[in-house]
Design a protein around this ligand. Structure first.
Ligand code: V47
Length: 361
């Protein structure tokens, strides 16, 4: 019975850890969805956002070996690649003649390359900015920022400020995985800790850089560890207000060292996770249903379970597709709009700061 929690939500009281656990435990998916949908409507009306963007992964060569990752390679290993700055810019030029133009965002994240100096990333950002002054550069997870700080000898704040000076606009929310130490040690023992991830984000927000946050779910974690993750994000957001969107990332097991139960997360778990996130993260403006991971159709249903954003055109997704994603690699703005409309929502094209672009249709 969710009556007590329902009363709490309707009287605008904040949910506790225990409440969040009850919500994850419930089988009453319809009540949960209705409550989350109501919360989403209060924040964003009937709108659902999308962005014309391109995901670029400059390299898959990585010094870490996260056990859930099917994308990373060692230097010299079959399938390892690295892009020059010129190749990245040429790629972007190529898309100016495509259906997704005018794109407004480039989303950049990649492996922790053993040899590239920090200057390479600064040149990458300034090179893209010079070639495409109007495009927003959303780049580098907290994990990459901490790595750049190590290789440059700069502290985290100065690393961020240098990137910002060279044209970095916002940061994606990747690398958060699950903050719980025991789970993190199983998944990615070499990676920046949960506290470290939160500290980088706090510094980014202090530096005036808006970011997103994610949670990788559906592997070895339990509901308590998911709730702990959400609570830590909510606590930081109370202090900084620097997060724009939260994106639950559904684990894909194919080709990973961690493997799994041989299947992806269930649709019910995906919808529950979106809904609980919307209700618990009452201070996050947006909840994103990342269609690449949820699939086109379930991300549409997620718009009725608390999500108000489905990410974007994407175009060059590699991380989830290396791990067996069945979704397409790209969608046009028209396809995204149609998907949103058919969910009974108003499609709104946004830029990286959720400023609304063009006409609502
Ligand atoms: O950090 C890696 C995750 C993330 C797998 O901020 C996996 O707007 C599932 O963070 N199964 C990268 N997930 C993607 C990401 C993201 C995507 C879209 C939008 C935004 C945003 C951020 O993907 C990684 C990791 O947490 N990941 N391997 C896998 N096998």
């Amino acid at each position: 019975m969710l009556q007590k929690i329902k009363d709490k939500i309707l009287s605008e009281q904040r949910l506790t850890k225990e409440d969040a656990l009850r919500l994850f435990d419930t089988d009453d998916i319809f009540t949960l969805g209705k409550l989350a949908s109501r919360a989403a409507k209060k924040k964003n009306g009937n709108k659902a956002y999308f962005v014309r963007n391109i995901h670029i992964n400059p390299t898959n060569i990585c010094v870490n070996r996260c056990k859930f990752c099917a994308f990373s390679r060692s230097k010299g290993e079959k399938g390892a690649y690295e892009l020059t700055i010129n190749e990245i810019i040429q790629k972007l030029h190529g898309f100016t003649h495509s259906l997704i133009n005018p794109f407004t965002e480039v989303h950049i994240t990649g492996g922790l390359h053993p040899d590239w100096p920090f200057g390479y990333y600064l040149e990458m950002v300034s090179g893209i900015k010079k070639a495409f002054p109007k495009i927003c550069i959303k780049a580098f997870t907290a994990t990459e920022i901490e790595y750049f700080s190590k290789i440059s000898g700069l502290n985290i704040m100065d690393t961020l400020l240098e990137l910002k000076k060279h044209g970095l606009d916002t940061m994606p929310g990747g690398g958060a995985e699950i903050f719980d130490i025991a789970v993190r040690n199983q998944l990615c023992p070499e990676k920046l800790s949960g506290e470290g991830w939160l500290a980088v984000m706090e510094a980014a927000h202090k530096a005036g850089i808006k970011t997103n946050a994610t949670m990788l779910y559906g592997h070895v974690e339990n509901y308590e560890q998911r709730v702990d993750h959400l609570m830590k994000l909510r606590e930081l957001q109370d202090r900084t207000k620097g997060f724009q969107a939260f994106i639950p990332l559904a684990y894909h097991p194919k080709n990973t060292e961690l493997g799994g139960r041989g299947h992806n997360t269930s649709g019910i778990d995906d919808l529950k996770t979106i809904a609980v996130s919307r209700l618990v993260l009452d201070n996050f403006p947006h909840i994103k249903a990342y269609w690449i991971m949820l699939g086109e159709k379930l991300s549409q249903v997620a718009l009725l379970f608390g999500a108000d954003d489905i990410e974007g055109t994407v175009i060059e997704e590699k991380i989830t597709h290396s791990a067996g994603a069945l979704s397409a690699n790209a969608m046009t703005a028209e396809q995204l709009k149609n998907l949103i409309k058919k969910a009974g929502k108003i499609p709104v094209e946004r830029d990286s700061f959720y400023r609304e672009l063009g006409v609502k249709s």
